[in-house]
Each structure stands twice: as C-alpha cells, then as structure tokens.
Design a protein around this ligand. Structure first.
Ligand SMILES: O=C(O)/C=C/C(=O)CC(=O)CC(=O)O
Ligand code: CA
Ligand code: MG
Length: 396
C-alpha cells in the first residue's frame, strides 16, 4: 500500500523505483527516482551529495549494501503515510523535468546472445555457411563498442555516411547508409568495479551489476557488411547507441527471474550457471512510427547477463563503475518477435506493411523508433523499464 495516488496500471509503482538523472529550470542535474507520474528529487530529500553529482556513478560505486539501504528507505517513505509530509514536497511531475544520460558510461560492450537473432543474421550475412559459428554455443560472443557515443533516448539519429559495397558492386562507394536499422537490446549497468587480473565469477553478478536499461544499438547494415571482416563491428554501429533514461535496479526484478534455456553443449566451469537463475522474463515492444512491429521476449536468450559478465572478465579484464554491457539484439523464435528490421524484412526482401499504408525495409528519414519493455512485478503487477526512442534525421 502507498499513500501516493498511483494509477492501477502505472509501471512505476512502489515495487519498481528506477533511478535516473533529471533537472528542472535553473537547477543542476541530480538523481531522481521515478514514481507514478512523478520524480522524487533524491538529492533534495536525502541531502546526500552522492545524489547531486549529475550522474548515478557515485551512488552505483557504493555497492549492494548502499543500494539496498536506499531502496528500503524509499519503500518505507512511499508506503508509510507518516513520511508523506517529508517526501511529498520533493516530488516533481515527470513531464516537467528534463532527463539526462543517467550514467557516465565507462566501457561499452555488446553481446550477441539471442540464438534466433544470431541464426537470422548468420543466414543473411553469411549465406552458404552454417548460421551459427562453431564457437557460438561455447562462449557469449561480444565486441567492445564506443562508450562516448552512448546517448540518452531522444537524441536525434543522424543518418551516418560511410563506405558501402554490395556483393554485386565492383568498388565501394561513399555515402549515406541505405540500410539503417535498429537493434532492440537490454543493457546492464555495472556499479562496483573489479580489479585488473581478477575475474568476476557468475555468482558475483549482483555484487557488481546495479541494474537494467533499454538499448537501441542503431546499425548501418551496408557499412557493417563491408567493414566487419575480419575484426567485427566498427563504424556501422559506433555512430550512436541510445539508452533509456531509467535504470531499473536488479532488486526490482526478482519476480522476473527465470531459468535459462537448456544448453545443448556442456559449458566450461566458469560459465556454469546452474545455481544462478539470471534469465529475465522481460517483454519488449518495438514501435515504428507508432505501430507495433515486434514483441521480442528476453527470457529465451541463450546466454544470461551473469554469464556475459563472467566471460567479459575471465581474462582478468577489470570493470569500471559505469560500464555498460548490452545483451545483443533480442529476437524470439517467431517472426513478430525479431528485434531488428533486417530480420523483420528478411534482409529487405519482404517489406513490412505499416498501418499508414507505407512499407519499410530499413529506416527512412523522419521515422521514429521506440523500444519499451515490461517485467512481472511482485504481486501480479507489471513493472515498466520505460522506453528508448529516436528519430531519424537526414545525413548532414
Ligand atoms: O552476425 C553478424 O555478422 C553481425 C551481427 C550483428 O550485427 C549483431 C550485433 O551487433 C550483436 C547483437 O546485437 O546481437
Ligand atoms: Ca547489437
Ligand atoms: Mg555505440
């Protein structure tokens, strides 16, 4: 129960309490917690300077005990009417605030953990070869991306230019991408760093990872197809990666935890996650110009975030506060569960029909893509992970 007047279907109830960074006219960016249609000004209500830095990093670095203490306090404030007079003056309507990038992104890694996505892309990028590479079921494949171009939801998506060369072209040409795409992903935010040389085991996931956001890994498929051999993604994905403004703490996702899918190759011990249920029942939704074009389920992903973290540090690579690692494109087994347009349009061969009468293979200037997600809450409610959105702008 809460003294707040929350709508029954708010995704931002007392069991969610995601963190973000916001500002109001004339005041500096500070930490806030989304509750219903409001933001609680955590800097003001606590007076704690850790919440007044303009990013979540300092708070995230404090670790699980501090995260749990603040969450317990918030829960008490919002449920016990005794605290109403203290808390209510620090609630700001959410539509009156400006949101900012919630974390100062340290390193950015993107995985490739959906078997359905990997098989679809394998078919399209490497026709004639087996869709999954021989390593795929033995390790979570990933690459290091460009942290500096991770930006807040709503940042304009300027169509990138670069080299493209279709198989039939004799020579590469330079120009605006003609195959601009999305990738619907879930991102995991690291709070507690690790020391160089010390791997983080699967079982230490919650000692380091604070929470979850949504990610759109904008991808220029024509640039990517030409440049990626043999070193992997580079300029086709580094022009912009968008993240949602609210970081949902892992602590809010207990009811979403579920068993990982059956693995058909025996895992090396450092990836054994039989004691760690870190698959998550998140349900994503992808809208293109307002129309739902896909509903990717997160739970079937072959590799969990705990395994991704273990793999990314198994060589001794250290973590920093603010590291972001993304799941990889979330695609389910069904056609309407695919997390990218290259998959939804069968590599451009089968355009999507939109309700406005137009069709799409890849993105056109002016298109708006919004990815949202929900998770089961503790008492049959649904938690919102918010959304990540972006509008395509013409090449500059
Ligand atoms: O299979 C390929 O060559 C390329 C795959 C991707 O573009 C996917 C990627 O960035 C990782 C992911 O989002 O799953
Ligand atoms: Ca990706
Ligand atoms: Mg990027």
């Amino acid at each position: 129960m809460t003294w707040l007047d929350l709508s029954a279907d708010t995704g931002f109830g007392v069991s969610n309490l995601p963190y973000g960074v916001f500002s109001t006219p004339g005041a500096a960016p500070r930490t806030g917690v989304a509750i219903g249609d409001a933001v609680l000004d955590l800097a003001a209500v606590t007076g704690d300077p850790v919440h007044a830095t303009g990013t979540l990093n300092a708070f995230l670095a404090q670790g699980p005990a501090a995260w749990a203490a603040v969450r317990a306090r918030l829960t008490e404030w919002f449920t016990d009417a005794w605290h109403r007079a203290t808390v209510e003056p620090h609630l700001v309507p959410r539509d009156a605030v400006t949101l900012h990038l919630p974390i100062d992104v340290a390193d950015y890694v993107d995985f490739y953990s959906s078997q359905h996505h990997a098989e679809n892309l394998g078919r399209m990028f490497r026709p004639g070869s087996p869709p999954l590479t021989p390593n795929w079921k033995h390790l979570p494949i990933g690459y290091h991306g460009r942290a500096g171009t991770v930006q807040l939801s709503g940042t304009p998506v300027v169509r990138p230019s670069g080299q493209r060369k279709a198989p039939a072209d004799e020579v590469p040409t330079f120009g605006p991408s003609r195959r601009l795409d999305i990738e619907a992903e879930v991102g995991f935010v690291v709070g507690v760093p690790s020391r160089l040389g010390e791997p983080v085991p699967v079982g230490a996931f919650t000692e380091h990872v604070f929470g979850v956001c949504l990610v759109n890994d904008w991808s220029a498929r024509d640039l990517q197809a030409w440049e990626y051999v043999p070193l992997g993604p580079f300029l086709g994905k580094s022009f912009l990666t968008s993240v949602s403004p609210w970081v949902v703490p892992l602590a809010a996702l207990e009811a979403a935890r579920t068993d990982p899918p059956l693995r058909d190759e025996e895992l090396l011990p450092y990836l054994d996650d039989r004691k760690e249920r870190w698959s998550l029942n998140l349900q994503l939704e992808v809208r293109l110009n307002g129309a739902i074009v896909s509903n990717p389920p997160f739970a079937p992903l072959y590799w969990t975030p705990a395994q991704q973290l273990a793999h990314l540090t198994v060589n001794g690579a250290s973590l920093r506060t603010g590291d972001l690692f993304a799941s990889g494109t979330v695609s389910g087994p069904e056609r309407n569960q695919r997390g990218s347009l290259i998959e939804l349009s069968e590599n451009g061969a089968e355009p999507l029909a939109l309700p406005d009468g137009t069709t799409r293979t890849f993105l056109e200037d002016g298109d708006v893509v919004t990815i949202s997600a929900t998770a089961p809450g503790p008492d049959g409610t649904r938690l919102s992970l918010g959304e990540v959105t972006g509008r395509i702008e013409p090449v500059r």
